[in-house]
Design a binder for this molecule. Sequence first.
Ligand code: ZN
Length: 452
Amino acid sequence: MRFAKLFIVVFYLYSISCNSNSIKTRGSNITPIPNLPLYGSDTSSPFVKYVPDYNKKLQKKIFKLDDLISGYKDDKLNQKYLRAVARMYPKVVRYYHIGRTRNDRPIPALRITAPTGKMDEKVSILFDGAHHANELLSTEHCYDILYNLLSDYEKYRKYLRYVVIWIVPIVNPDGSNSFWHKSIGTGRKNGYTNSSVQNNIYYDGVDLNRNYPFRWNSGIPKASSADANSAYFRGLQPSSEPETKAMMKLAKIERFVASVSFHQYASCILYPYTIPDTKNPEPDYAKDLAIRLANLVTVYRENKKFIALKNIYAVDGVDQDYFYNKYGTLAYIIESTHHNVDYRYTRTILSGFKPLWERLIRESIIGKKIFLKIMDVNTKKAVSARVKIDEIQFFEKEKPRSNPKNGLFYWLVKERKEYHLKISKKGYYARYILYKALTSREPQVIYLNLKK
Ligand SMILES: [Zn+2]
């Protein structure tokens, strides 16, 4: 969020969305929750001041699943809980460090999938939070998904047969440490101070969500800043920060078919491309799905709707546009509806988003799509081939390819019709096929022949 400008944005969203005096009602008996951060106007204390049982939680030896929804988490509690969950569900959950921060903290992640189904035909979906580590509710969105998947495992097992869910609740552990243990005026950025730039405690480090390489430093006014003291400091180079690199590396391996990066609290879903002057493919499936997803959210806040937008203000170097451009990931940013409210309200706020993330996972499984597994005919090994789809037009040099790890190529489409595909790879004979996009859960195997 952008501080002074946020007010204008909030007011704008309010004015365009508020065509009646009541809040959006889905179901019944919706009581609005005021958007008051737990710490009021105090911006100097560390957040831990508002969590009197922090040390007790950190030291607690016994773990139960409900601990996941017992309060906000800093970097240490996050590590503790994710490790505990992996120990509790060894067949379903694995704990990883996807990288290390500037200050050498691990960036923990969980990989969740059912032990059933064909592992080499599963596609991956990412949920992450706390690129901006002062946005505590963004982490809780990730925990809410984790908690639901595990506490209601029998229900979700049918999804987890087909997909792998990755969860990175705190992308920015250094920022989290700063927010919790130094001052709540910090934590948006990653705390990295380069000797060539002068930082102060409140504007420490790089805004990770301006540091991704796609259109980094685009020149668009106010999209990011070269000033190290700015809250939107993009870093000295594209993907200069280890946290950014860690996310890029994970995406390179997994080629996520969909992702959600949680932020707060403009109450909207941002679809790619969110950077101004960047043109979406035609037909624009990412936008189409975003509008459908937005309609599923219940907002527990007065005079507030949840809407789909390209952007709320100019940005560049953001994660979602990088993932979309590089891997075709349906990469969304979700701006939650509230700021860091009293924790007892969070269960209700998060419940309003459940139909959204469930639909996103479901759509990944049963949506109409082009789904291939591209292999070498002789070795039967995966091939990373370029797939050109005649019926989809690109404008930003996108070059969709199959994943070298498993040969999977996956592309959701709007229409159930036939698509003309050209599948090519240097050294192989190209193949031209007419592919009927269906809701099939299994890929069609395509063999490529090496040129003699
Ligand atoms: Zn944010």
